[in-house]
Design a protein around this ligand. Structure first.
Ligand code: ARG
Length: 468
């Protein structure tokens, strides 16, 4: 095993237990691509500024390419004693191209190098998550279009409240996932800053050209303060916060699918391919995918809390504690991507049960607000109208009937203002159709929202009207 690059001032070998304890290679090896890409750009800049020769840069870049292929073919050897991905690549490069490899680390430190690698990784992953969210939003728009005249009960306090279109309910999720996507896009703005060239914390005496490195790596900006640049993990926290909010949305969706697929609700049938059975109860079809998404939400929250706690009170600038940022970050990225992917597959295959949903939407006095609005439209102050409608509901419950099943005479006990036109008001579909206020559930309003969403998706991703 080669000597450690930092072993110069040490007279004793590192304890093997300490090597195993401090090593992060099993976690950070997934950053190899960014580490190599960053090193290639760094070498190119070092040669362009005359800090190393062209010839040296070519040798280094060739060696790095070889190492990348070795890693990708699974031929690369990892050892705890080499700590992390940076040291692995550097020591392999020394074996490969000899002493010149030792020049690669000129004008940089692992502190700015790891900040660079994580930024490059997260830039790539954020773009992938944004793409998955676009796909998911498209799935919701398509499902809304397919269910535009389908009524469901809308709930507050999980009590039937007012009838709404299923399409309107699905478009609520479109809005939630659109905000999530905006959050990740906004986070990208702050990820897009090159830390390299900050070196350990104070900058470097070499005449480097940070803007050139930024250009080579596709960063729009270079960090303004070398101390902040190696100490900052805000961009990781922002990603984890966005991921937690997005998982919270997915868990609300999961909960609704779990509840809606019960015999008690029966609004939705899960595709067999996305459900599991019970090893003891032959009749069961379990919503495990949704349950697991709901469960994994806790994991992602845990990742955010771990990271916030990790960063709390750390003195400037780099501290080794920060090596612990990768496990929660990678876990959150993987978990969120998996959940988005599985729902993108599963949602178009849900089958909604119109009969059960519409039966639920037209029973349970969801038209009581209609009766109050009807009376208010006749000039009765709303609070009083609300009282009349409430008494009518109490009466109807006693009779075991719905409001629209009462006779005109029965209804007139609660207000002399009630006339035959009340029955059109009590009709569930009319109740939905009257809610034409901006953002309301009337079919035309929802069609408008779907149209806007389609336009936006087209603009964002050259959407052609077909599912990707
Ligand atoms: N493996 C380290 C990390 O992930 C890289 C930076 C190490 N820097 C140091 N001075 N030990 O944070």
């Amino acid at each position: 095993m080669p000597d450690k690059p930092w072993s110069g001032r040490f007279s004793e070998k590192t304890d093997v237990g300490v090597e195993a304890f401090t090593s992060s290679i099993q976690v950070d090896k997934r950053l190899y691509r960014y580490d190599i890409e960053g090193s290639v750009a760094h070498c190119t800049m070092l040669a362009e500024t005359g800090i190393i020769s062209q010839e040296e840069a070519s040798q280094l870049i060739e060696g790095l390419g070889k190492i990348q292929r070795e890693i990708e073919r699974g031929k690369f050897q990892y050892h705890d004693s080499l700590e992390d991905i940076h040291m692995h690549i550097e020591s392999r490069l020394i074996q490969e191209v000899g002493k010149v490899a030792m020049k690669l680390h000129t004008a940089r430190s692992r502190n700015d190098q790891i900040a660079l690698d994580v930024r490059m990784y997260l830039r790539h992953e954020s773009r992938k998550i944004i793409g998955l969210l676009t796909d998911l939003r498209r799935v919701f728009v398509e499902a809304a279009e397919a269910h535009i005249d389908f009524l469901i009960p809308g709930y507050t306090h999980l009590q039937r409240a007012q009838p709404v279109l299923l399409a309107h309910h699905l478009m609520a999720y479109y809005e939630m996932f659109t905000r999530d996507e905006e959050r990740f896009a906004d986070g990208l703005e702050r990820i897009d800053v090159l830390p390299l060239g900050s070196a350990a914390l104070a900058g470097t005496p070499y005449p480097i050209d940070r803007r050139r490195t930024a250009e080579l790596l596709g960063f729009s900006r270079v960090s303004a303060n070398s101390i902040d640049s190696v100490a900052d993990r805000d961009f990781v926290l922002e990603f984890l916060a966005g991921a937690s909010i997005c998982m919270m949305h997915l868990s609300r969706l999961s909960e609704e699918l779990i509840v809606w697929s019960t015999a008690e609700f029966g609004f939705v049938d899960l595709p067999d391919a996305f459900a599991t059975g019970s090893s003891i109860m032959p009749q069961k079809k379990n919503p495990d995918v949704s349950e697991l998404v709901r469960g994994k939400t806790g994991r992602v929250y845990g990742d955010l809390v771990a990271m916030l706690t990790l960063m709390k009170s750390l003195p400037l600038a780099y501290n080794r504690d920060m090596q612990e940022d990768k496990a929660p970050l990678f876990d959150a990225v993987d978990t969120l991507a998996d959940c988005l992917k599985i729902y993108r597959q599963m949602l178009p295959r849900l089958s909604f049960n119109r009969e059960a949903a519409e039966r639920a939407a037209s029973t349970g006095y969801l038209n009581a607000t209609e009766l109050a609005d009807y009376l208010a439209a006749k000039g009765i102050p709303f609070r009083e109208a609300h009282g009349c409608a409430g008494r009518a509901v109490g009466y109807a419950i006693g009779k075991g009937k719905e409001l629209h099943d009462l006779t005109l005479e029965e209804l007139r006990q609660f207000s002399g203002q009630i006339a035959a036109d009340v029955f059109a008001f009590l009709d569930v579909r009319n109740s939905v159709e009257r809610r034409k206020s901006e953002g309301g559930t009337a079919a035309d309003t929802v069609r408008g929202a779907i149209g806007e969403a389609r336009k936006r998706l087209e603009m964002e991703s050259g959407y052609s009207g077909k599912s990707a």
